[in-house]
Design a protein around this ligand. Structure first.
Ligand SMILES: [Zn+2]
Ligand SMILES: [Zn+2]
Length: 90
């Protein structure tokens, strides 16, 4: 593996998940999201993950509502057909 970005000559044991810098055991910052070189990188990554989650939730919500609208459309169509059949054949 590469050497630590902050300590020349010291072997890197991990890599920053955000910027990819090599980190020694002293420099790495371990968070719930992974290992980072600085708070700034950890924050940048957390924001990125949050945005991704929000986008996925929006997409899922969009899929749900469009499916719901389709069902309403089908039900209205059936009601109209039923109404017309009743009117013309009985
Ligand atoms: Zn970094
Ligand atoms: Zn280091």
């Amino acid at each position: 593996m590469a050497e630590c970005f902050f300590h020349t000559g010291r072997p890197a044991v991990a890599r920053c998940k955000q910027c990819g810098r090599g980190l020694c055991s002293q420099c790495r910052i371990v968070t719930e999201q992974g290992i980072f070189c600085s708070d700034k990188c950890a924050q940048t990554f957390a924001v990125f993950v949050q945005r991704l989650k929000e986008a996925e939730e929006r997409q899922a919500a969009g899929r749900r509502s469009s499916r719901w609208e389709q069902w309403v459309f089908v039900l209205i169509l059936l009601a109209v057909v039923f109404f017309l059949v009743k009117k013309f054949f009985f």
